[in-house]
Write a protein that binds this ligand. Structure first.
Ligand code: T1G
Length: 692
């Protein structure tokens, strides 16, 4: 018996309720309790039907991820699901919140499924580097058809209740009291003697999908974007088995694929990111501190970042005012925002009424006084300290007391910016990533004077905007850009030593990044980096020369690569190769062959070393914070778990020795193994051991 599952009788209906906060994960004790009470209800003559429901904020949100990698304990989730499916009495799942993974699979094992209107149903296992392992790849397509099942399982994205109802996944949407509605539904099933169709035996939706060539073509659209992840191909194989094997064999194949993936490094890495993402916003002295209730927002600067940040607030339902000094710049900025929304709607990504509502939440003004009543103000003006301090000084005089004043600077000193005000405790860094309405990461920069309330508010706002907040300290470039700087320097160095842009980019995309440093620089605009380097007295041998020649990347159709007019596909340019060869010769650098692995090590190990310095300085609290920043802000492949997790998988002693060799080769002090890396390597420990 388990106290995480209870049962009550409503006349001839047994209501079994799981109560395992916060998300009713299907841990061992829940499985024991569930199997016990279902068996009892089946054996109870007074009972004609069984309703399975959950207390708290959600129906079962999956298997308990913390149990992965530990010895399996019986009963398994499959045993519980099969017991329900085999019940001679109707079993109805009453769902609310987010029935996900093993939770939805539990419901798929029931004979009927009802849901509250706001329910979001999905099989997100692929985001953990696994596939559904409780029959989801076999039962879901039998209910919703192969196309929808493939989309749900390969994307891992949930669908809303209405869509689930239309697809046949949910039998009824219950307005009002879910339990009462589910019991009434159960009674109707009994009264109407409705046949108990076992989902696993339903074939009507698969009969029309047995064209394996068409299946393979559709599946290829998903697997071609896998970038080295194993789970997508495994999911496709399991789904294909639903079309080609008897269900019992297909279920067996699904389980084999699942067990193989869950024991693999990729899933370990993705589970690390799952929990690190939830840890990254946790700051001991902010726990329990009440965040400000943000009803109105303002953004200073109508440029690319300002417009994207304003969209985040509008998307989250918060009215926002964009301020720009020039009416023309303001109009241009708001026009870009409107066009973005119209394009999304035109692609079917947004309903027309919701589009209008979001556009309607964004106002513009050239009068700073107009935002005096904002609860939070985010400054996104030109990256110049003088300009920032001037703006913060004016905001300090205008904005109401108690409001949060944040800077979107991507590297400047938040403490210096705060000194431009009389309320440094209300100042915080909120570093969005471009495009701000798309990128999920938010680096929340805690200044020396930032109050716990201000920090709690910045974190809460980040979550409300659908971002992954990661709290960091003040340092030049904070965490992400500070580490990126080392990778950029190394990328240029590799060009002089023998690589070409396509070699360096190819090595990193082969590693799993969506894009390499040079294609990324061309996309962002080489002039942006050039201006920043000049402002900081830094150089980049090749990029500087390209900029001097007016080659700013995609926007000029020439950068490190050539681009056909209007196209984004980078093409190698012999002129760039000549420039690299000549520059190396002028600097007396002998160029030679560089292998993919060496290129990857040269790009990643110095930034990992910098990550160790950042940890030692306390600019990042946990190695997992750095991993979350790189996965959500810089495209580090999630199935490698971020730079610090990856470093542990390679071994710190090996990285120390390679860095020592790099330092010898390049003479670059930053290559010398940092003290923390040295200590951990010498002790045979990894970064993960720091939390222990
Ligand atoms: N197992 C263990 N802990 C979990 C958990 C889970 N499945 N889901 C959430 N938590 C913890 C989380 O770490 C956090 O802890 C707290 O609950 C609140 O979560 C066989 C094998 C449900 C949408 O992938 O997507 O089933 O930080 O902060 O923002 O095929 O949690 O408070 O200590 O995220 O409201 C499939 C994972 C598993 C869903 C709620 N299921 N969870 O979001 O809260 S694999 C998933 C989520 C599987 C089967 C396979 C979200 C949520 P702490 P939170 P939230």
């Amino acid at each position: 018996m388990s106290d995480l599952v209870n049962i009550r009788h409503d006349h001839n209906v047994a209501v079994i309720t799981i109560d395992n906060p916060p998300v009713n994960a299907m841990k061992y004790e829940v499985r024991v309790g569930l199997l016990d009470l279902v068996s009892r209800a089946i054996g109870d003559a007074a009972i004609s039907a069984i309703v399975v429901a959950c207390a708290g904020r959600t129906f079962v949100a999956g298997a308990d991820i913390t149990e992965f990698g530990k010895p399996p304990r019986q009963p398994t989730g499959i045993a519980v699901i099969e017991a329900m499916e085999a019940s001679p009495k109707p079993v109805i799942a009453a769902m609310h919140g987010t029935p996900l993974g093993g939770g939805l699979e539990l419901a798929l094992g029931c004979h009927f499924r009802v849901a509250a209107p706001g329910t979001r149903l999905g099989l997100p296992e692929i985001k953990l580097g696994i596939i559904p392992g409780g029959g989801g790849t076999q039962r879901l397509p039998r209910l919703v058809g192969m196309d929808k099942a493939m989309a749900m399982i390969l994307s891992g994205e949930p669908i809303p209740a209405r869509e689930a109802f239309d697809a046949g996944l949910v039998d009824e949407i219950i307005e009002g009291d879910l339990a009462a509605g589910a019991i009434a539904f159960a009674r109707r099933v009994v009264a109407e003697k409705r046949p108990l169709a076992l989902t696993r035996n339903r074939d009507e939706k698969l009969a029309t999908a047995r064209d394996l060539a068409a299946f393979d073509a559709a599946a290829a659209n998903y697997t071609k974007r896998a970038r080295g992840q194993n789970a997508p191909a495994a999911a496709v194989e399991a789904l294909r088995a639903a079309l080609s094997l008897p269900v019992a064999d297909a279920l067996k194949r699904e389980r084999e694929l699942f067990l193989d993936l869950v024991a693999g490094d990729q899933s370990k890495a993705q589970r690390h990111i799952f929990f690190a993402e939830r840890e990254a916003a946790k700051v001991p002295d902010v726990a329990g501190v009440k965040a400000l209730d943000v009803k109105r927002a303002a953004v200073i600067g109508a440029g690319t970042m300002g417009g994207g940040i304003a969209m985040c607030f509008a998307n989250a339902g918060i009215p926002v005012t964009v301020v720009d000094t020039g009416a023309e710049a303001l109009a241009r900025g708001l026009d870009v925002v409107t066009r973005n929304y119209r394009n999304t709607a035109a692609r079917g990504g947004l309903a027309a009424d919701e589009m209008e509502a979001r556009i309607g939440r964004i106002a513009g003004t050239t009068d700073l006084a107009a935002i005096a009543d904002a609860d939070i103000v985010i400054e996104a003006v030109f990256e110049d300290m003088g300009v920032k301090q001037e703006v913060f000084g004016r905001l300090d005089r205008i904005v109401k007391p108690g409001a949060v004043i944040a800077s979107n600077t991507s590297y400047l000193d938040i403490d210096a910016i705060a000194r431009g005000t009389a309320r440094p405790q209300a100042v915080v860094g909120m570093h969005f990533f471009s495009p701000a309405n798309v990128m999920r990461l938010l680096e929340v920069v805690r200044g020396a004077a930032t109050s716990p309330e201000t920090l709690a508010t910045a974190i809460a706002v980040g979550r409300t905007l659908g971002k992954v907040p990661a709290v960091v300290g003040v340092s030049h470039g904070f965490v992400g850009n500070r580490m990126l700087r080392l990778r950029s320097v190394e990328a240029e160095r590799l060009l002089l030593e023998g690589a070409l842009p396509q070699d360096v980019d190819g090595a990193l995309t082969g590693f799993g990044f969506p894009m390499g440093p040079f294609a990324m620089a061309d996309l962002a605009g080489l002039d942006v980096g050039w201006r920043m380097r000049k402002a900081q007295g830094l150089t980049a041998p090749i990029a500087d020369q390209l900029c001097e020649r007016g080659r700013y990347g995609q926007k000029t159709a020439r950068g490190f690569y050539l681009y056909e007019p209007g196209a984004r596909t980078p093409k190698p340019d012999p002129e760039v190769e000549r420039l690299i060869v000549d520059t190396a010769a002028q600097r007396g650098i002998a160029r030679g062959a560089l292998g993919k692995d060496e290129i990857v090590e040269r790009l990643l190990f110095p930034m990992i070393n910098e990550g160790a310095r950042i940890l030692r300085e306390g600019i990042a609290r946990r190695p997992g914070d750095i991993d979350v920043i790189w996965v959500y802000g810089y495209g580090f492949p999630v199935h490698r778990g971020g730079p610090m997790h990856y470093a542990d998988s390679v071994g710190l002693a090996y990285i120390r020795d390679r860095l020592t060799a790099f330092a010898h080769k390049t003479g670059d002090d930053r290559h010398h193994p940092s003290p923390l890396l040295e200590e951990l390597a010498a002790a045979g420990r990894g970064f993960a051991s720091l939390g222990e």
